[in-house]
Write a protein that binds this ligand. Structure first.
Ligand SMILES: [Zn+2]
Length: 396
């Protein structure tokens, strides 16, 4: 797809495969420059809000705008479509509207939200959380990346003033409606035989940090009976996550990141941090999964003579997208199907404040957050046409 091809070299990750583009790193800054130039070529005026989100305005900025867009950052070793497909499609949808001489009756904008994946600072949807006040400025500025660089430092080196981050009612007032197009992160549209669909809901989901502390020691000189090895407890937490989620219908639990300290082959770690990602249909089921994992973690740590602490790093309850907007968009698109998703999005964060909707583009493998993530060119084009139709209907 043009647009995606233009940015294909930016942030490619030769070690993991796919792309590693994280908030305010070199790749993401390059993508922001690319976006600013692309928007400029179309006569859109680009501004950056206090929380690092980019806004490209068709005409003068104003309240009650029809806003589309997505994000440009990725998970570590992510695919080419998650995020950038929505941004590229938004620009191309405006191209279609401009080419046919459409004159919007409302302000229109394309937004690029900052650090949506949380791939660098650990908290997903950081840009939209800051705007909506879903995280306090103090808590956000304390976040740091794996190299110890804080969000404040990263923003400063990107030319932004971290002292200004925080809830932004002016920005929120400008959003009359937000429509985010995204590659589907599952097999829903394949099974339905449809290139494009609309989102009905997002699973309740959160991230928990599990820190197990034991006794660092020599891998050769320490007898097995003398060990207090936090990795043993951590391993049981991983297995408990699988067990807990399997026991709750529709639930998912993942440990995708585990960091032993100090991390030497011939060293019993002194501590292990791991992150539990848990999701389910509603709050009660999600909490049940996490409580079950927490219980197993406490038991495993006690067995090994270790200490464990569990910290909730983020949580979002089930999001049901605005039914009236969803139905309107679906009708404009000739009755495309509505389907739920297990993936979080900025549209989900904004949904508590403004009507939001999402369009999904079919993903032939269903794989996402991995280099194999894909969408056929024809389906991407169908997505652009669908997005343009939806925006036109909303901005008339
Ligand atoms: Zn995404």
């Amino acid at each position: 797809m043009t647009g995606l091809d233009d940015i294909a070299r930016i942030g490619a990750d030769p070690r993991r495969g796919g792309y590693s583009r994280h908030g305010y790193d070199r790749a993401e800054l390059e993508l922001r420059t690319w976006f600013t130039e692309e928007a400029g070529r179309r006569g859109l005026g680009v501004e950056c809000d206090r929380n690092g989100n980019l806004w490209a305005w068709w005409g003068p900025p104003g309240e009650g705008a029809v806003v589309t867009g997505s994000h440009l950052d990725s998970v570590p070793g992510g695919g080419a479509f998650d995020g950038p497909l929505g941004v590229v499609s938004s620009l191309q949808a405006l191209d279609l509207l401009q080419a046919k001489g459409f004159v919007p009756g409302k302000p229109m904008a394309v937004v690029v939200f900052a650090e949506e994946e949380g791939g660098r600072f650990g908290l997903a949807c950081l840009g939209s959380r800051l705007v909506t006040g879903a995280i306090t400025p103090a808590a956000a500025l304390r976040l740091s990346d794996p190299d110890g660089v804080t969000l404040a430092e990263a923003m400063r080196s990107a030319g932004l003033d971290p002292a200004l981050v925080g809830p932004d009612v002016e920005v929120l007032r400008r959003i009359g409606v937000f429509v985010e197009l995204h590659v589907e992160q599952g097999r829903g549209l394949i099974d339905l035989g449809a290139p494009v669909g609309v989102a009905s809901s997002i699973l309740a989901h959160g991230r928990w940090r599990v820190s197990v502390t034991g006794e660092g020691n020599h891998a050769g000189a320490t007898l097995m009976v003398d060990r207090r090895d936090p990795m043993i407890a951590a391993a049981q937490v991983v297995l408990a996550a699988r067990r807990a989620a399997t026991g709750v219908e529709g639930a998912r639990a993942t440990v995708g990141r585990l960091v032993p300290n100090p991390g030497g082959t011939n060293v019993i770690p002194s501590s292990v941090d791991l992150w539990l990602d848990a999701r389910a249909e509603d709050d009660a089921r999600t909490r049940a999964v996490v409580e079950s994992v927490a219980e197993a973690a406490r038991a495993a740590a006690a067995d090994e003579g270790c200490e464990v602490t569990i910290t909730e790093e983020s949580y979002g309850d089930t999001v049901v997208f605005d039914p009236a907007l969803r139905d309107k968009v679906s009708t404009v698109l000739g009755g495309v199907p509505a389907l739920p998703t297990g993936a979080g999005h900025d549209a989900g964060i904004l949904a508590a404040h403004v009507p939001t909707a999402m369009l999904f583009v079919r993903n032939p493998t269903g794989v996402s957050h991995a280099p194999e993530e894909f969408a056929e060119a024809a389906d991407c084009s169908a997505g652009v046409v669908a997005l343009a139709s939806a925006l036109e209907a909303l901005a008339r």
